[in-house]
Design a protein around this ligand. Structure first.
Ligand SMILES: [Zn+2]
Length: 62
């Protein structure tokens, strides 16, 4: 079952960013996803399959 990941989602990833942060915001969805590290603001690109494997949680706001 494909995982639903939308732009604006906040994801907690298994792999930490070099800055130590592990919460990322999805800026662009597609075959490749563009994420922004919430800790340092850096942007990175990651393949969907890799991203799906790395997600350990989501941050949702009411
Ligand atoms: Zn970072």
């Amino acid at each position: 079952m494909p995982m639903v990941i939308n732009e604006g989602d906040r994801l907690v990833l298994k792999k930490k960013h070099p800055c130590g942060g592990n919460v990322f915001t999805v800026e662009r969805a597609g075959m490749d996803f563009r994420l922004r590290c919430e800790t340092c603001g850096a942007r990175l690109q990651i393949a969907r399959r890799k991203l799906e494997k790395s997600i350990t949680g989501r941050i949702t706001e009411e």
